[in-house]
Design a protein around this ligand. Structure first.
Ligand code: NDP
Length: 311
């Protein structure tokens, strides 16, 4: 099957790409520049052209940005939409974060509806940001909880990213309800994602937002203490990438994972009195077996140390 993977240069997308190629999918990634696309091809020297190629989508917020991209021969069956800005360096909340998140999502859905009738399923990388309700934590978080954040709240810098993810996921479900398209929608809602870096980084300073905490530690920037991350929950990027794979393929490839529970120490790592979480659905439906925090942090640190010397 052939898959369109947006935001191919990103931290999570790079892991999704590895898994898709490993399982024999033909993948077209979208990137923002020729240089970024070429780097992805260069890091897969043995992958043939028909299995991996790239197209340039410079700005997902632009009207019609995906209209040409979704037309492909042979046609796409699945689309994984990871592209969305994740940073706190916001000058203009709407232009910098809300528009690319929301219009990027509705834009790709519209383009697929109009121009790619063979697409059966869209996997959208949403976030725990679309679930968390920081002012009023429920006892247990699961996929059924929504962050009540509004567009107005998004103007406060701490809320902009969370609002961008919430409004984007809401817009996606609304699109499905109103348009009743030929495809179905799966959203993945990971909390803070740590893990080894497999995408190209010009330097350690270009590290993705969620790994910054570990980068800061190994560079000595957290010597005097740690700042709050705003989220107590985390996941390993390799588990998150696996969640993006189509469930039938996972069941086929990892039959032993279906009924296995996560190791006990995952739950023990969390301060249970803050709020609980219920990730049963990802275990039962997707067959995920979560890595331990120790393994994730060990491997992330190792990967980052390989990129550059700690200062
Ligand atoms: P990265 O910053 O590494 O990846 C983001 C990707 O989106 C990059 O490829 C980036 O391209 C692309 N992108 C951003 N804005 C635009 C735009 N306007 N036009 C085109 N492309 C754009 O972050 P992650 O891999 O962590 O994030 C990937 C997805 O996962 C996002 O949707 C994020 O919200 C979600 N997520 C991440 C979590 C985490 O802890 N890491 C947790 C939960 C969800 P470029 O690099 O060229 O700018």
């Amino acid at each position: 099957a052939k898959i369109l993977l947006t935001g191919g240069s990103g931290f999570i997308a790079a892991h999704v790409l590895e898994l898709l190629l490993k399982h024999g999918f033909a993948v077209v990634v979208t990137v923002r520049s020729e240089e970024k696309g070429q780097r992805i091809l260069d890091s897969h020297p043995r992958t043939p052209k028909e299995k991996l190629s790239f197209v340039i989508v410079e700005d997902i917020a632009k009207e019609g940005a995906f209209d040409e991209t979704v037309k492909s021969d042979p046609p796409f069956e699945y689309v994984v939409h990871t592209a969305s800005p994740f940073h706190f360096n916001v000058q203009d909340p709407i232009k910098d974060l809300i528009d690319p998140a929301v219009k990027g999502t509705t834009g790709i859905l519209k383009a697929i509806r109009a121009f790619a009738p063979t697409v059966k399923r869209i996997i959208l990388t949403s976030s725990f940001a679309a679930i968390i309700n920081p002012k009023n934590h429920p006892k247990v978080y699961s996929e059924s909880v929504w962050n009540p954040v509004t567009l107005e709240d998004a103007m406060s810098p701490m809320e902009t990213y969370r609002a961008s993810k919430t409004l984007a996921e809401r817009a996606a479900w609304e699109f499905l309800e109103q348009e009743n398209p030929q495809f179905d929608l799966v959203t993945i809602n990971p909390p803070l994602v740590f893990g080894p870096v497999v995408h190209h980084l010009n330097s350690m300073d270009a590290i993705n937002t969620s790994n910054t905490r570990i980068k800061n530690m190994i560079q000595g920037e957290s010597k005097s203490g740690l700042s709050l991350t705003g989220s107590y929950l985390w996941a390993d990027v390799r588990d998150v990438a696996l969640a993006h794979m189509i469930a039938d393929i996972i069941r086929e490839a990892y039959p032993e994972k279906k009924s296995i529970l996560p190791p006990e120490d995952v739950a023990d790592d969390l301060p249970v009195d803050v709020y609980g979480y219920d990730n049963k659905k990802s275990i039962e439906v997707l067959g995920l077996q979560y890595r331990t925090l120790k393994e994730t942090v060990d491997d992330t640190a190792k990967s980052l140390l390989e990129i550059g010397p700690a200062s």
